[in-house]
Design a protein around this ligand. Structure first.
Ligand SMILES: [Mn+2]
Length: 418
């Protein structure tokens, strides 16, 4: 067990400094989540992003992190509401250790930016004196590290925000690890551009970081933001991803983590992804067949478990069901809609009434129903434009008859005038 000195940074046997810190990014606090229809659920998702900031604080204490770096896009907008700023600063204040952040494209710096608002400055001083927003491209000197910020001072920077580091000259004999913080897209060796394509921004070539042009031996860790999943993009460069997932993920993305990093000057960083996210955004494609909606129910039940109230589900349904199974499916979907934070339904299920269902309607003792049903069955079988309408009408008729049961006559609704 290594003993931490009473004060000052931890040193290796060779005299170099070993520093542990956390790297996060893309909190996008204040994101409206307009596609979540229910106001209460929308508030829940927004609050969970603040709770995830507090969970970063818990991890910082557990891991004895010296500080936290946040690589841009703390806010979803460059003009957040005062309440959003206030709540963000309360959560940042709870982290306890120093937090160093740069503005990203969503919350860029520059003249009259949110970071210069008197409200922000007042509130920072009052509740988050540990918070340092780095608006200049110049080193921050700590005992245990040199932090090299590459803030975005415009939404779309035409020049690589890390350019200044190509010329930066560190002092000789400095054994402190050097940590770069930057926000933008990077070009991977495969040629695909990572970053703001996923950020929902059509930024073109703006905010592009060329890792290949940095003198990499000069730096020990490059903390990146903009890509929402945890991802290594160079031997010393990582995207931490968003701390709390904010969209339905594509395959192999790992949002909802913070990067726990250990660095020494001239060494390779040790990087670990630790979970901070709580919400689950799930995507399922289900084909319905003879088993009806049960298969869908089973899949959703298994995927969400008892914490279905933490889940948002994108559900793609295909296949065909009978009239009875269609109404059972609708009931089940209503139940899921009530329990989930959000159900996004792509309903491609075809209606395929069974022979028995058709006959049960055309053979009703009520002559009006049986005649209407026979006409609808005929129109459905005739195909063409009328078929879909006839099928929809059969579905309604089936629902009505199911409600009255037997072969009886449909009664006027209670309270209807005679
Ligand atoms: Mn961004």
């Amino acid at each position: 067990m290594i003993r931490r000195p009473v004060s000052g940074p931890l040193r290796n046997l060779d005299g170099t400094t070993m520093t542990s810190f956390l790297h996060s990014a893309d909190w996008q606090l204040g994101k409206p989540f307009a596609r979540i229809a229910d106001e209460e659920q929308r508030g829940r998702v927004q609050r969970e992003r603040l709770e995830a900031v507090r969970r970063i604080g818990e991890i910082a204490r557990e891991r004895k992190a010296a500080f936290v770096v946040v690589a841009g896009d703390l806010f979803d907008s460059a003009t957040p509401k005062d309440a959003t700023i206030s709540h963000a600063l309360a959560a940042i204040g709870s982290i306890g250790v120093p937090v160093y952040a740069i503005p990203g494209n969503h919350d860029h710096g520059g003249p009259n930016s949110l970071w210069e608002r008197p409200f922000f400055r007042r509130q920072r001083e009052a509740v988050a004196p540990n918070f340092h927003i780095l608006l200049e491209r110049q080193p921050i000197e700590r005992d245990d590290a040199v932090i090299l910020p590459c803030p975005l001072l415009r939404r779309h920077e035409p020049d690589d925000p890390t350019t200044w580091l190509r010329r930066w000259q560190p002092g000789g004999g400095d054994e402190r690890p050097r940590i770069v913080i930057a926000h933008g897209s990077t070009r991977s060796f495969g040629g695909a551009t990572l970053g703001n394509s996923v950020d929902g921004e059509e930024a073109g070539q703006a905010n592009a970081i060329d890792l290949g042009r940095l003198p990499l031996d000069q730096f020990d860790y490059i903390a990146l933001g903009d890509w929402h999943g945890f991802l290594k993009v160079g031997e010393k460069a990582w995207y931490s991803g968003a701390h709390e997932i904010d969209r339905f993920p594509k395959a192999d993305q790992r949002p909802g983590h913070v990067a726990a990093v250990t660095v020494t000057r001239g060494g390779m960083p040790g990087v670990e992804a630790l979970p901070t996210g709580k919400l689950r955004w799930l995507r399922h494609e289900v084909a319905l067949g003879d088993d009806g909606p049960d298969v869908m129910n089973r899949i959703l039940r298994e995927a969400t478990g008892s914490r279905y109230d933490d889940c948002l589900v994108e559900l793609v349904l295909s296949g065909a069901v009978s009239l009875a199974d269609r109404s059972r499916l609708d009931t089940l979907l209503d139940d899921w809609r009530a329990g989930l934070i959000r159900l996004d339904l792509d309903d491609g299920v075809r209606l395929a009434p069974s022979e028995e269902e058709m006959r049960a309607l055309t053979d009703r003792t009520d002559p009006i129903i049986s005649r209407v049903a026979a006409e609808l069955v005929a129109r459905n079988e005739a195909g063409g434009e009328g078929a879909a309408v006839a099928l929809a009408a059969l579905r309604i008729l089936h629902g009505l008859c199911r409600d009255v049961g037997g072969g009886g006559v449909i009664q006027p609704a209670a309270g209807a005038s005679p």
